[in-house]
Design a protein around this ligand. Structure first.
Ligand code: IP8
Length: 248
């Protein structure tokens, strides 16, 4: 069983306090991961590390920077968060190793991401747990732009032939207009009115972009809150199951 797991940046950091890990939340997530013993790729988001610096330098997934100091600040912050996540896993005996996407990935002028994944597959085959993170990416014509953890999940799941994809978020699933968790989504139309259908090109921000991207995968994805991480890793289907035509 191969699992790709995204830990939302807001789950493992104090979102409002720059460069602050939520130690309790990270410890709880790392405890849950340590109880899982199959092939696993972890991706984490930026939380109060990447987003704070990205905002300072006006960088997004489409607006880039040529300021090397800005690149060093944003990428450096993400490496510090990655160090904290890898360390929390390693303390619990998880063979976690860091993978920094900025060193390997690039975007073309059309925004298309090229993410080499042979090293991640080899790490898995050798028994490691690769830990990637939202980062910057060299972007033709833009300098460097933000690469979100959600984009990484969408690239990695087919590359490692994932059986399951988990997105651990601060909310307990995809929510309907009343705030209740929707059990399953098989087409975007089913949730368009609850999520707002206007962000067709947004694969990095907001639940609508996440759901669209997850529907395109050929493995089922689950969106759930931190309390349900253990249940997901134990093979359960907490929160919302997102499975498009190719995943069923
Ligand atoms: O939180 C963003 O990753 P995300 C990474 O997964 C940076 O969108 C550098 C802001």
């Amino acid at each position: 069983m191969t699992v790709v797991l995204k830990l939302g940046g807001s789950v493992v950091t104090e979102k409002g306090v720059p460069e602050t890990v939520d130690d309790e939340a990270l410890a709880a997530a790392a405890d849950a991961v340590a109880d899982y013993h199959g092939e696993l790729v972890v991706v984490h988001g930026g939380g109060s590390f990447g987003h704070h610096h990205a905002a300072d330098y006006g960088v997004s997934t489409t607006e880039g920077t040529h300021d090397a100091a800005g690149v060093a600040a944003i990428h450096g912050a993400m490496k510090r968060l990655n160090d904290a996540v890898v360390a929390a896993l390693a303390e619990r005996g998880v063979p976690a190793v860091p993978v920094h996407p900025f060193s390997a990935a690039s975007r073309g002028a059309d925004g298309r991401l090229d993410l080499p994944t042979a090293q991640v597959r080899t790490m898995l085959a050798e028994g490691f747990v690769p830990v990637l993170h939202g980062d910057l990416v060299a972007h033709r014509g833009e300098g460097a732009t933000v690469l979100s953890g959600d984009e990484l999940v969408v690239e990695l799941a087919p590359a490692v032939d994932a059986d399951r994809v988990g997105v651990c978020s601060t909310v307990p699933g995809v929510l309907d207009e009343t705030g209740a968790v929707i059990d399953s989504v098989s087409a975007f139309d089913e949730v368009a009115s609850a999520l707002g259908g206007s962000d067709a090109t947004d694969v990095s921000g907001g639940m609508a972009g996440k759901v669209r991207a997850l529907l395109a995968l050929d493995s089922p994805a689950h969106v759930f809150g931190p309390d349900a991480l253990s249940a997901f890793l134990a093979g359960g289907d907490p929160g919302t199951t997102v499975a498009g035509d190719d995943a069923r």
